[in-house]
Write a protein that binds this ligand. Sequence first.
Ligand SMILES: O=C[C@H](O)[C@H](O)[C@H](O)COP(=O)(O)O
Length: 226
Amino acid sequence: MSADAQKKASGEAAALLVEPGMVVGLGTGSTAAWFVKALAARKLDIRGVPTSEATASLARELGIPLVALDDVMSIDLTVDGADEIGPGLSLIKGGGAALLREKLVWEASRRCVVIADAAKHVKVLGKFPLPIEVVRFGHSHTGRRLADIAAEFDLPPPRLRMADRGVVVTDGGNVIYDMASGAIADPAALAQALKTVTGVVDHGLFLDLADEALVGTDEGVVKLLP
Ligand SMILES: O=C[C@H](O)[C@H](O)[C@H](O)COP(=O)(O)O
């Protein structure tokens, strides 16, 4: 089964968790898009809280009513993809530069379900470079402070994310530095260290946030718990 078919299967399985009346956090990325499509097909009376402009526009196209995070007290269920799923459902997210809105939505949610293809499930986080969202003002200085932190963790300096049209800018108007590592020995310590840097808005380590994972495999969708 292709990775895309696995993503589709996990997105469709997650859509079955949604019940009428729910406020649902809508994740970002290619896997979350399958969830949004499957959810729209169910035509339930729900409201969605999008985690990016891209997801908001997909949801609008498919007729899912949207509500802003500030206009709800809490979210019943959020379903979102991940770049890596590690031990205890620790995650790396932000490959699509949506980590900040995603984390805000996740933290406002009663239940968070991560969906992914089988290749995303890893023994140790870090093969996927860790995205770090940084305010644009003075970002090269912040980038140098991040390089100092990376050195403390024996990691190479993070690199400013670029695209064909130049520097990648997030929905929040910030930039992304990607910290390549190969393996993050102590994700909690790294997460804590990154948050001490002025200019860092947030990072893509989602620790103790996922309640379950639905991973598409060749043998079907497998449910993982922390
Ligand atoms: O910023 C993007 C998000 O964290 C995505 O959920 C993550 O990158 C996974 O995306 P995909 O499902 O496309 O692999």
